[in-house]
Write a protein that binds this ligand. Structure first.
Ligand SMILES: Cc1cc2nc3c(=O)[nH]c(=O)nc-3n(C[C@H](O)[C@H](O)[C@H](O)COP(=O)(O)OP(=O)(O)OC[C@H]3O[C@@H](n4cnc5c(N)ncnc54)[C@H](O)[C@@H]3O)c2cc1C
Length: 417
């Protein structure tokens, strides 16, 4: 079923009776060309691009819960391509271009809103770093503007400009960044993949990966064994556990990241703002809720909920940047399990098992990567070659040390990302 303004008006006039389920609910077949483990944003976009770009449609996405119930539906929806260092910058540039054409491509309203992402600086040194980062971004074809304090004030009058401890020295504005509706992104890719013949199988947990003589043969699930020529792991916070089913030990730690949303308020936030003196970022949803978050809880866990000390830490930063937020009531908070890599950058690679592929390590920034990751992973699975923008996301960099990369130059130490 195609969506259009005409269709919305027609359904409104005739009692909304013509809408159909957006995807089928098939039983698993005995065998597929490709099995994708994980029905999050990355798994669904991989299935979509396998079908659309490579004509590979005998594909199943196996999801242990429901589609979009993982981190793709738990994040703070920020989309950006403001990286400085090679390795990541070309990947996120490509991903942002896919975001910009996503709604037309999927014929689905993902509420992509390029309202801008503004990072604040609070010292001369930080402003110099932002100037350098902004120049790198512009040189690689992304957009960046260095803002004066007056320009920041014009953009965001609600933040505290009189804070003597953390004065505002300016900001780095990335206008093509912004937010999108996270569930809609999962649903849009699911619908596009299903329309092309991909089987989306929910409540189907992979419990084992069958390998014979170094070649993958299929998977074991709670709904029986399913054979496959290729198996692609893309399970975010559960990456270490699923890779272990094929005898792999990954350089990934799973940590909790929390987020918060306030009651609905009138529009006060122009776009996304991130505080430069603590890990805190905030935007406002279309319903009016202030959506914000901060650091990881900083201990490994598979519990999709966080602890009180980090809540206090995030509220501290919120009150420092924007004291008026103290009048707003927090409606909800939640947590998601993040697949943290040692250098803060992801992995999209083959494994030592023939036909078995790995996509993980998105840390707390994998929502903006959903289209780019799916596109590059599908390319690797279909052609057996790395897609150029993701060519440096190799697993062996953690063994050799060559090619480690990250957003801030902090190197390969888990607790710095
Ligand atoms: C609070 C929070 C805020 C965030 N904010 C941002 C942000 O603003 N911007 C940004 O870019 N990123 C953000 N992220 C990160 C982003 O959400 C993740 O990096 C990204 O969603 C991970 O990829 P995914 O969507 O494929 O993961 P998921 O949606 O978690 O998908 C993985 C799926 O695999 C399934 N699975 C696991 N094990 C199995 C199994 N054995 N068998 C079958 N299925 C299995 C899971 O059920 C899950 O549905 C945030 C994350 C959190 C938690």
């Amino acid at each position: 079923m195609g969506y259009s303004g005409f269709k919305v008006i027609k359904e409104g006039l005739f009692g909304q009776k013509g809408w159909k389920p957006v995807w089928r609910n098939p039983d698993p077949k005995p065998e597929y060309d490709v099995i994708i483990i994980g029905g999050g944003g990355h798994g669904l976009s991989t299935a979509y691009y396998l079908a659309k770009e490579h004509g590979i449609t005998n594909v199943a996405v196996l999801e242990k819960g429901y589609l979009g119930g993982g981190n793709v539906g738990r994040n703070t929806t920020i989309v950006r391509a403001n990286y400085m260092l090679p390795g990541n910058s070309e990947f996120y540039s490509h991903s942002l271009k896919l975001w910009e054409g996503m709604e037309q491509d999927l014929n689905y309203n993902t509420m992509m809103s390029q309202r801008g992402v503004m990072m604040l600086c609070h010292s001369d040194g930080q402003r110099d770093y932002f100037a350098r980062r902004g120049n790198s971004m512009v040189n690689q074809g992304d957009d960046a503007e260095l803002l004066t304090p007056e320009q920041v004030r014009a953009e965001a009058p609600m933040i505290d400009f009189d804070n003597v401890r953390f004065p505002i020295y300016g900001g780095l504005m990335h206008r093509r960044g912004g937010t999108a509706r996270h569930d809609a992104v999962a649903w849009g890719y699911a619908r596009g993949a299903d329309q092309r013949g991909v089987d989306l199988i929910q409540n189907c947990e992979v419990t084992g990966i069958d390998v014979e003589g170094g070649v993958v043969r299929g998977v074991q699930t709670n709904r029986g064994a399913i054979r496959a020529k290729k198996v692609a792991i893309v399970v975010a916070g559960r990456s270490s556990q699923v890779a272990q089913m094929a005898g792999m030990r990954l350089p990934i730690e799973s940590h909790v990241l929390q987020a918060f949303v306030s009651e609905g308020l009138k529009p006060i936030m122009p776009g996304v703002i991130s505080f430069g003196m603590g890990h805190f970022y905030i935007s406002q949803s279309d319903k009016g809720g202030l959506v914000f978050g901060g650091d990881l809880d900083f201990y490994a866990s598979y519990a999709a909920r966080g602890n009180l000390p980090m809540k206090e830490h995030v509220m501290d930063a919120a009150m420092t940047l924007m004291p008026s937020i103290g009048k707003a009531r927090v409606l909800r908070s939640w947590g998601g399990i993040m697949d943290m890599s040692p250098d803060g950058s992801p992995i999209i690679d083959k494994t030592q098992t023939e036909g078995l592929f790995l996509n993980c390590g998105w840390c707390y920034g994998g929502f903006k990567a959903v289209p780019g990751s799916g596109f590059s992973y599908a390319h690797l699975i279909a052609k057996g070659e790395h897609h150029a923008p993701a060519a440096r996301y190799r697993l062996d960099r953690f063994r050799t040390g060559a090619g480690l990369m990250d957003e801030e130059g902090t190197g390969s130490q888990h607790n710095l990302h």
